[in-house]
Design a protein around this ligand. Structure first.
Ligand code: SF4
Length: 755
C-alpha cells in the first residue's frame, strides 16, 4: 500500500527543529495542534507567530486523499497543470458511487457497470499521475486512510469533510475543496486561516454501555453544529489515553458535525498498538523516537485554560450513552430519556432499521461490541424487531470480521452486509421497505442524520448512536428502549435482559485480507492514455479557460442580482446533479438555479436582456455566451458560503460569467473565483447594491489598470440611459492578478511547468 516511511521520517526530522523554533517565537509552551501546524509551514522553519483565527498561513500537507465523487473534477483540473506526477502522495478511493440495495456482491456488480466510466477514468488518471487507487469495494476513504496512511504528527488534506477522521492517529487532517487539493498536487502551498483551539479534557474511564461515540455525541450537544467553526479540537487527559485509537478516530470523525476545522489526539500507547496491528512497526518506531513532539508540552495540559481558546471537560465515569437526532447530529439525548422526547415531538417510536458501520464506526472494536449484543439476541432467543444493515469500512476489516465469525453473528439475525462503501450514509440506499415518503425511524452508527441523508425520504427520522446501542435498539425495535434498565420478552415468553457489550480492541489473530483492492500506479505513467468518451454525459475533459479581456468588460450585462443567502448549493446544487460532477458542461445546467432573483424573488427566473423574456438562469447565460457577451452576477453578504466545491466558480466561468460583485464573500469561494480567472469584487459602498437594476449594462472603465490595492471603477448604464459610477474593492495580490490575466491559476502553473 506503500505508505511512505521515508517521507514520515523526514517530517519527524524537521519537526524537532521547527517546533523548538516555534516555541521560542510564540514564547510559550505549545499545544499538539500548534506543533503540527508550525512544523508544516510552506516556508519551513517558523519565523513569526501567527494569530489564531486571524492570519492566513501557507502550509505544506504531507498527503492528499480524494473520494470518487469529488476526485473527478479535481483530477480533470490536475490534468491541466502539465505535471507528470502529483507533487505530494495522493490516493483516490471509490466509495461514494456504490448503492446499497441487495447486498455486497450484487450491489458492487451493479455499481461497476453503472459507474464504470467514472471508475475507469479515475483508475487511469491515477495510474498516469502516480496516484494510489483504491477500487470500488476496497473501502471507505477514511477507514482506508486510518488503516494505511495516517500517522501521528502528520498533516493531510482530503476532498471530503470527514477527512478529519485521521485525527484518531494524531494527525491534523482537514477536508477541503477539489481546487485546494489540485494546488497541492501541483506543488503549490495550501492556505488556511490559523485555527483557534478548543481543548477537550477527558477524565475518568469509559465503561459498560458507554463508548467513544458517546464522547462526540456529548460534545456535539455542547458545541452544536457550528460551535467548532474555525477551530481545531484537541482532546487530552487520562480519559483520552484510555480510548482505543479507532475510538479516537470516531470522535475526530464527527468533529465535522460541530463544524471544526479538525480534531486530534496526542500520540499514545493506543496509537502505537494500532500502528503495529496494521503492519506499520516502522512508523510506530519512528513516532516513539519523537514522541514528545507528538503531544502537547506538559504545561499545556496542566493549565489548559491558559493555552486553549475554550475548554470543555467531560467525565467519562459519568458519561451516559446518547442517541442524537433526528435531523441534526447535535440534538443529544441520553438513552432512556428519548421515549418522552419522542412522544412529545411525534417521532415514531417503532424502529425500522439499525445500520452499523460507515467510516465513523466500523473498527474491529466496534464490530465486536455490536456483535456481542447481536449474539445475545440469538442466544437468548430474542427475535429482532428491526432490519439490520452492515457497512464495513474496508475490505481488510470485512475480511477479518468474516474470518472471526463476526459477520456471521449479524447474518444470523438476518442482517444485510452491504459493500465496503458509503451506501446509506450518503443517500445511496435503495430501500425497499417503504412505499412512499412515510414517517419512520431508523438508528445508525454513522455521523450525519440530516433530512433525506440516508434514503432520500424527508420523513425518515434518523438517530445516531454507538454500534452496540444501535444493535440493542434495533433488536428491541423501539426508540425508547434502554438496555441498561429495560428487559425484553423472548420467543419463549421469558423476560430477558441484554448484558453490557464486550469489545476487543484489535483482532487477536491480526488483521487479514486477501485482496485489499489497492492498485499502485506505474512508476512511469507517461504512456498511460486517459480515455474519456466524447459522448459521455458524466465526464468531460477540460479545456483551459481563455483569459477575460478587459475590452469584453465594457458592455457586460447583468445575469442575476441574487437576493439574500446564496450558498454554493444555490450556485451549484447537489442531489441529482451529483452524477454530473465530472462533466462541466452538463453540471453547468444547474448554475445559480437556487439563487433568488432580487427583482421578482423567484428562483431560476431571470430576464434575458437580449430578448426581454424571462427564463432559467443557465438558459439566459447560454444565450449571452452565444452572443459573445460577458455577464455579471451581483450578490448579497457572505456570497458562496457552504461547501468549498470549486464547481460553484467553474460553472459560471465556463458559461461566460466574468464578474461577481457582492457585499461580501465567503472567503473560499472568493479564492475559487480568483483561481478560475474571474473577477470577484465587493461594493466599496454596500448600499450601491441597491443601484443595480434589472436591465443594467456594466462598463469596467479602468480594468486595464487592475492592480493590487487599487479600486476598480464601474459605470452602470441603466435602461433609461441614466448612469451611476461606483467604486469596487478587491483583494487580488499580484500573483492572483496574473491568474486573471492568464485565464486561471492552472494556466499559470502550466506555463511555469513548461518554462
Ligand atoms: Fe462520508 Fe458517510 Fe462515506 Fe463517511 S461513510 S465518507 S461520512 S458518505
Amino acid at each position: 500500500m506503500a505508505f511512505d516511511i521515508d517521507m514520515i521520517k523526514k517530517v519527524y526530522a524537521d519537526m524537532s527543529e521547527r517546533v523548538d523554533k516555534a516555541r521560542e517565537i510564540v514564547g510559550k509552551p505549545l499545544t499538539l495542534s500548534e506543533k503540527i501546524l508550525y512544523s508544516h509551514l510552506w516556508d519551513g522553519t517558523p519565523t513569526k507567530a501567527f494569530k489564531r483565527g486571524k492570519d492566513y498561513v501557507d502550509f505544506a500537507p504531507d498527503r492528499i486523499a480524494c473520494q470518487d465523487a469529488t476526485a473527478q473534477m479535481a483530477l480533470l483540473q490536475f490534468m491541466q497543470a502539465g505535471k507528470p506526477k502529483v507533487a505530494v502522495p495522493t490516493t483516490v478511493h471509490c466509495d461514494h458511487l456504490i448503492q446499497a440495495k441487495s447486498g455486497a456482491v450484487a450491489d458492487l456488480k451493479v455499481a461497476n457497470t453503472s459507474s464504470a466510466e467514472v471508475f475507469n477514468f479515475l483508475e487511469s488518471v491515477s495510474n498516469k499521475y502516480g496516484i494510489g487507487f483504491w477500487k470500488p469495494g476496497a473501502g471507505i476513504i477514511h477507514q482506508v486512510v486510518l488503516e494505511n496512511y495516517a500517522f501521528p504528527g502528520g498533516m493531510m488534506i482530503g476532498t471530503d469533510s470527514h477527512t478529519v477522521n485521521a485525527g484518531g492517529l494524531g494527525m491534523v487532517a482537514i477536508g477541503v475543496g477539489g481546487a485546494d487539493a489540485v494546488d497541492v498536487m501541483a506543488g503549490m502551498a495550501w492556505e488556511l486561516k490559523f485555527p483557534k483551539l478548543i481543548g477537550v479534557k477527558l477524565t475518568g474511564n469509559i465503561s459498560g454501555w458507554t463508548s467513544a461515540k458517546d464522547v462526540i455525541l456529548k460534545v456535539a450537544g455542547i458545541l452544536t453544529v457550528k460551535g467548532g467553526t474555525g477551530a481545531i479540537i484537541e482532546y487530552f487527559g487520562e480519559g483520552a489515553k484510555n480510548l482505543s485509537c479507532t475510538g479516537k478516530g470516531t470522535i475526530c470523525n464527527m468533529g465535522a458535525e460541530v463544524g471544526a476545522t479538525t480534531s486530534t489526539f496526542g500520540y499514545d500507547a493506543s496509537m502505537e498498538r494500532y500502528l503495529r496491528a496494521t503492519d506499520r512497526n516502522d512508523v510506530a518506531d519512528a513516532a516513539n523516537a519523537v514522541k514528545d513532539y507528538l503531544t502537547a508540552d506538559p504545561e499545556v495540559y496542566a493549565n489548559p485554560e491558559k493555552y486553549f481558546d475554550e475548554i470543555i471537560e467531560i467525565d467519562l465515569d459519568t458519561l451516559k450513552p446518547h442517541l442524537n437526532g433526528p435531523f441534526t447530529p447535535d440534538l443529544a439525548t441520553p438513552v432512556g430519556q428519548l421515549g418522552e422526547k419522542a412522544k412529545a415531538n411525534g417521532w415514531p417510536l417503532k424502529v425500522d432499521w439499525g445500520l452499523i458501520g460507515s467510516c465513523t464506526n466500523s473498527s474491529y472494536e466496534d464490530l465486536t461490541r455490536a456483535a456481542s449484543i447481536a449474539k445475545q439476541a440469538v442466544d437468548k432467543k430474542i427475535k429482532p424487531k428491526s432490519d439490520f444493515g452492515i457497512n464495513p469500512g474496508s475490505e481488510q476489516i470485512r475480511y477479518t470480521a468474516e474470518r472471526d465469525g463476526l459477520l456471521q453473528i449479524f447474518e444470523n439475525l438476518g442482517a444485510t452486509v452491504f459493500t465496503n462503501a458509503c451506501g446509506p450514509c450518503i443517500g445511496q440506499w435503495d430501500r425497499s421497505d417503504l412505499k412512499g415518503d412515510e414517517k419512520n425511524t431508523i438508528v445508525h452508527s454513522f455521523n450525519r442524520n440530516f433530512s433525506k441523508r440516508a434514503d432520500g425520504n424527508p420523513n425518515t427520522h434518523a438517530f445516531v448512536g454507538s454500534p452496540e446501542m444501535v444493535a440493542a435498539i434495533a433488536i428491541s425495535g423501539r426508540l425508547d428502549f434502554d438496555p441498561m434498565n429495560d428487559t425484553l420478552i423472548n420467543e419463549d415468553g421469558e423476560e430477558v435482559k441484554l448484558d453490557e457489550p464486550l469489545g476487543i480492541e484489535l483482532p487477536p489473530k491480526g488483521f487479514e485480507v486477501e485482496d485489499a483492492g489497492y492498485l499502485a500506479p506505474m512508476e512511469d505513467g507517461s504512456g498511460v492514455q486517459v480515455k474519456v468518451d466524447p459522448k459521455s454525459e458524466r465526464l468531460q475533459l477540460l479545456d483551459p479557460f481563455i483569459p477575460i479581456k478587459p475590452e469584453s468588460l465594457q458592455g457586460a450585462k447583468l445575469l442575476i442580482k441574487a437576493f439574500g443567502k446564496c450558498t454554493t448549493d444555490h450556485i451549484s446544487m447537489a442531489g441529482p446533479w451529483l452524477r454530473f460532477r465530472g462533466h462541466l458542461d452538463n453540471i453547468a445546467n444547474n448554475t445559480l438555479i437556487g439563487a433568488v432573483n432580487a427583482f421578482n424573488k423567484k428562483t431560476n427566473f431571470v430576464k434575458n436582456q437580449l430578448t426581454g423574456e424571462y427564463g432559467g438562469v443557465p438558459d439566459a447565460q447560454r444565450a449571452y455566451k452565444a452572443a459573445g457577451i460577458k455577464t455579471v452576477v451581483v450578490g448579497d453578504h457572505n456570497y458562496g458560503e457552504g461547501s468549498s466545491r470549486e464547481h460553484a466558480a467553474m460553472q459560471p466561468r465556463h458559461l461566460g460569467v466574468a464578474v461577481v460583485i457582492v457585499k461580501s464573500f465567503a472567503r473560499i469561494h472568493e479564492t475559487n473565483l480568483k483561481k478560475q480567472g474571474m473577477l470577484g469584487l465587493t461594493f466599496a459602498n454596500e448600499s450601491d447594491y441597491d443601484l443595480i437594476q434589472e436591465d443594467d449594462t456594466f462598463n469596467f472603465i479602468d480594468i486595464k489598470d487592475f492592480a493590487p490595492d487599487k479600486q476598480i471603477t464601474l459605470e452602470l448604464v441603466h435602461k433609461d440611459g441614466t448612469k451611476d459610477t461606483i467604486k469596487l474593492n478587491h483583494t487580488y495580490n499580484q500573483s492572483q492578478i496574473e491568474w486573471f490575466n492568464e485565464g486561471s491559476a492552472l494556466n499559470v502553473i502550466k506555463r511555469e511547468n513548461a518554462a
